[in-house]
Write a protein that binds this ligand. Sequence first.
Ligand SMILES: [Fe+2]
Ligand SMILES: [Fe+2]
Length: 268
Amino acid sequence: MGVAAHPLMTTSLRVAAVGDLHCTRTSEGTFQSLFAKIGESADVLVLCGDLTDYGTPEEARVLAKELGATKLPKVAVLGNHDFESGAADEVSRILADAAGVTVLDGTATEVLGVGFAGAKGFAGGFGPRALQSWGEGPVKAFVAAAVEETMKLESALARLRTRGRVAVLHYAPIGATVDGEPVEIYPFLGSSRLEEPINRYRPDVVFHGHAHRGQLEGATSAGVPVYNVALPLLRRRFPEQPFRVIEIPVGDEPSGHGAEVPAMGARA
Ligand SMILES: [Fe+2]
Ligand SMILES: [Fe+2]
């Protein structure tokens, strides 16, 4: 069930997630029905980066207007595309001011009794063959960027005091949800460094985007569910409802993992 008049009286919160909207300056009108449908199906909307296509303030303004189709609280992280024009701060500011989006960047927020920890994440690859900090300076700088994003995610997770907790990323923290992409680009789709703080803090669920041709679901080595909510992937798999809705517990009992809302028909 979702949030009624008083959130403390409910037992779960319906969290909708989608990423990789890649909103352009000509996207006006193309997302309103999606956001309206999400508004009818969930209590909170999570946006997993690549909100814009080129990271321009103009695109952010178009998206902010589209987001007006739903009154849900909105939590987001930016993606690599949102940095393309060197205006990421302005993109965040526009989404916050014009659409009420809480943009997380190594930070945490609480919405209706559920905690959200977010960071963009970064690349580097998965498992024992992941890129290591060794050799040339540029390689070390690349790895340092992944380490920094991992520390951001960790400090955000550490701040949460709620029973129900959600981790929001753009890049994938595990290889399983990028499976299906060309193997040559696996290392650019995420980093298993991000998996470490997730396994330590055990949020109920992790959402990420970025892997447009990956898999819908996976889990970390500690069993934390991971959902790839890249819109191109969701549109192919669930054309009628290209978003995920996961129920996150609100209450005092020991936390379990989030469960998919069965009535939403999100499964293929
Ligand atoms: Fe994307
Ligand atoms: Fe991306």
